[in-house]
Design a protein around this ligand. Structure first.
Ligand code: ATP
Length: 393
């Protein structure tokens, strides 16, 4: 197989990157391209670089449905400065029978001789470059000849440039050279100084939930949304996000098992035996995928609050805590102790989380069911908070 390796900061990924991928695949007859977001790019000031998880999420959205392209977390997981030579060594070990080819835009092509271990890098794999500006073809060819004289195997892919950069997108909120899903991700999360917009029509969503859920599940859903809104108001959270996450949290709860498994296919969690044995928690993880695919909800805070609303996890955001507690204390909940937990949730989120997790762990242990790592981590976190800050008598 012929595999293109395309690294970058992707802060954010834009149409110029996608055009490069498409053209390189076409002209070089590549079987696939590995998109490789850098942890810390060696040549950039990391201060203005968005967290890796956001950049990865945007890369995934940009190439979703394109089977020729995969997004790799290799450099992100490795951490530290992301030197291309280290990445190529790792990929050569991973794909010993395939041909790797490094893909770069012209700005990077001109600086190759300054990269870490440049001499070795230049001889390691073939390198293909593409123009970013108009009228730079002859400059590119001159650089190709220079590098090839040094022992490199470089070639220029001739194509009309797509003149855009991540810098331009970060600096100009009007710049739209972005794949649609990436643009939605950016506005829904309010990134790069763009005003946050949640493109969900609440009436339409409520109608959809009413039509799709049983009566009791629909009532519960509306109650959770209202409770989440109230808790957000009491604790300085974001009411709009809390209400929406509440509305979405159980959207997959009544889905047939097979359909849920279909949604979960491909996510790492499905390999966890405890998760597989705990069907009652699937719907949160399935919903986190469903709301992106079917409703174009790309707000990360909402997605994570929906995902972890039954399990909790070690480091929960305020929104995650609010939805978790709203689910347990909504007006339709009737179990011994619910009123005390409801009152506690209004007073103190960490105290209420601790009590809720104690209750849930006790219940799981009592009925002999396994406990996911996320729930154990959540319990430990709030137990430690209790231990560190003992409540005043
Ligand atoms: P920034 O503006 O933050 O420097 P960038 O737009 O250059 O970002 P990077 O993520 O740094 O994007 O680039 C990753 C790779 O994509 C590099 O090889 C770069 O040359 C290439 N590239 C970026 N934009 C384009 C474009 N418009 N056309 C072709 N290649 C591009």
């Amino acid at each position: 197989m012929k595999i293109g390796v395309f690294g970058g900061t992707f802060n954010p990924i834009h149409n110029g990157h996608l055009a490069l991928i498409d053209r390189m695949i076409g002209r070089l007859a590549l079987d696939r391209v590995i998109l490789m977001p850098a942890a810390v790019p060696p040549h950039k000031d990391s201060g203005c670089v968005l967290p890796a998880q956001d950049r990865i999420a945007m890369c995934r959205l940009a190439v979703q449905g394109d089977e020729r392209v995969t997004v790799s977390e290799l450099e992100i997981r490795r951490g530290g400065k992301s030197y291309t030579i280290d990445t190529l060594f790792a990929l050569q070990r991973q794909y010993p029978n395939d041909d790797l080819i490094l893909l770069v835009g012209s700005d990077m092509f001109y600086t190759l001789t300054e990269w870490h271990c440049a001499e070795q890098l230049l001889r390691m794999v073939p390198i293909a470059a593409i123009a970013r500006e108009t009228d730079e073809f002859s400059r590119l060819c001159a650089q190709r000849d220079r590098l090839n004289a040094m022992g490199a195997r470089t070639e220029i892919v001739e194509a009309e440039p797509v003149v855009v950069s991540s810098t331009e997108i970060r600096q100009d909120p009007q710049c739209e050279a972005l794949p649609a899903a990436v643009e939605q991700y950016i506005v829904q999360n309010g990134l790069y100084g763009r005003t946050r917009r949640i493109p969900v029509d609440l009436d339409e969503l409520t109608g959809r939930l009413r039509a799709g859920l049983s009566r009791s599940r629909y009532t519960h859903t509306i109650n959770v949304a209202s409770t989440a809104l109230r808790l957000a108001e009491l604790h300085g959270g974001d009411g709009e996000l809390a209400y929406l996450a509440g509305l979405l949290h159980d959207i997959c709860k009544e889905m047939p098992r097979e359909r849920m498994l279909n949604l979960l296919e491909g996510s790492a969690i499905i390999k966890d035996p405890v998760f597989l044995a705990s069907e009652r928690i699937w719907h949160g993880f399935a919903a986190a995928i469903y709301i992106q695919r079917e409703l174009s909800v790309y707000n990360t805070q909402i997605i994570e609050a929906v995902r972890y609303h039954t399990t909790g996890r070690g480091e929960m955001s305020l929104l995650e805590e609010i939805v978790y507690l709203a689910d347990l204390t909504s007006a339709d909940r009737r179990y011994p102790g619910v009123e005390a937990l409801r009152a506690k949730a209004e007073r103190s989120i960490p105290d209420a989380m601790f009590e809720a997790l104690q209750f849930i762990l006790g219940d799981l242990a009592h009925s002999g069911r396994p406990v996911t790592g996320d729930t154990l981590n959540a319990y430990n976190r709030y137990a430690l908070i209790q231990a560190e800050a003992p409540r005043q008598a």
